[in-house]
Design a protein around this ligand. Sequence first.
Ligand code: GSH
Length: 204
Amino acid sequence: MLRLYDSLLSGNCWKARILLSQLNLEYERITLDLVRGDTQQPGFETISRFARVPVLVLEDGHPIVESGAILMHLAEGTRFLPVDLYERTEVLSWLFFEQADLQKAIAFPRVYNLRGQASQMKDEIAYRQKDGYGALQKLENWLGNRSWLVGNSYTIADTSVFAYVSLAAEGGYRMDRYPEILRWLDNVRSTEGWVPLIEKETTS
Ligand SMILES: N[C@@H](CCC(=O)N[C@@H](CS)C(=O)NCC(=O)O)C(=O)O
């Protein structure tokens, strides 16, 4: 069975869980505690060479690190990754843009807020947000009247960019500035098999 090493609040790990759910794939979930330092434990680097989550371990034992690589691997041959070379390349463009321009710009302020370090880290937060607002405006402009980032259907470009952008308010970002982004976030939330960051326990 597939095995996913993740952590509870990580947007990068959430991307993998959304796609695994949308593909209806069963997997074993091992949730690490980052604050306790689980990724730094001896031996974990044999699973994750970068000592980070997410890691997807395939049925043959090969580990895949980096959320974008996990999405690419899982989406191959499915409707979530186009066959057309130009559209596949466009998907990659969004995966790279997300990592370079959006992910840290949102994740760092969010982590400082969640850990109650906002006032201590206010200069760092302002620096990150300056970059983040620039990237969000580019995303807003692109979305214009589009429903999806690439072509006419939902792809892993949307999954990838969705995760942190949907968490940006937790990083102190004023998301009411971006009506097109808010509309597109709802589109992604409406896709079949989408799962929230934290799945509530069901009571029956
Ligand atoms: N570029 C990586 C980033 C992964 C990453 O930053 N993971 C964080 C959690 S979101 C982590 O594991 N940090 C290690 C730690 O805090 O100990 C990806 O997209 O998978």
